[in-house]
Design a protein around this ligand. Sequence first.
Ligand SMILES: C[S@@+](CC[C@H](N)C(=O)[O-])C[C@H]1O[C@@H](n2cnc3c(N)ncnc32)[C@H](O)[C@@H]1O
Length: 192
Amino acid sequence: MSAHDPSNGYEGVAEQFIRARSEIGSATVRDWAAQLPNGAHVLDLGCGHGDPNIPILLDVGCRVSAIDAAPSLLSVLKDHYPAVETACEPVETSDFFGRKFDGILAVGLIFLLPRDAQSRLIQNVSDALKPSGRFLVSAPQRSGSWEDLVTKRRSVSLGDEIYKTNLLKAGFEAIESRWDRGGSHYYSAQKA
Ligand SMILES: C[S@@+](CC[C@H](N)C(=O)[O-])C[C@H]1O[C@@H](n2cnc3c(N)ncnc32)[C@H](O)[C@@H]1O
C-alpha cells in the first residue's frame, strides 16, 4: 500500500482488523443512538466493515450512510447491510459533507488523521449536522502519539483542551465525556 493510502493503512490489514474487532464500544454507541430522534439519518465516518456499530443504528430505526476509504472493509459492510448507503472515499474530501444529518459518529478514526485534518473534520461535521444534531467521536483526552496496534502507523491525539476548543469553535455545546469498557474515551456533543 502506498504512502498515500487514504485508509491510513487499514486496507492492507482489513482481514486482520475484522478478526480483531470486538464488541467494545457498542454500549456507548447504543446509548448515543438512543438520544437521536426517531428515524434519524446518521453518517458513520470511517465505518470499517460495519460491526458492531451499524447494526445498532439500524436496530433503533436509523437511516444510515457510511464512509470508509478501505474498499475491502466497505465491501463486507455492503454484503451484510445492503440498506446502508456507502461511499468509498477519504473523509477529508467526502461529498457527504454537502448534506445534512441528525447524527454523525466517528469511532476509531479521528486520531488516524494529520492534526490539521482532525480540526477540519470537526468543523465539517458541524456544518453537516442539522440544528441540535449530535456528534460522537472517539479520541483520547491525553495528547500524544502511539503506534496503531493493527497498522503499526502513528496515531495522534490533539488532547482534551484542543478537541474541546475545536468542538466549541465549530458550534458544539453540551460536550460530554464517555468511556467504553475497554477504557477508550469519546466526546459526545450537540450542535447548538
Ligand atoms: C480503527 S478502524 C474503525 C472502524 C469502525 N469505525 C469501528 O468502530 O470498528 C478505522 C477505520 O477508518 C478508516 N479510515 C482511516 N482513514 C480514513 C480516511 N481518511 N477516510 C475514510 N476512512 C478512513 C479505515 O479504513 C478503518 O476502517
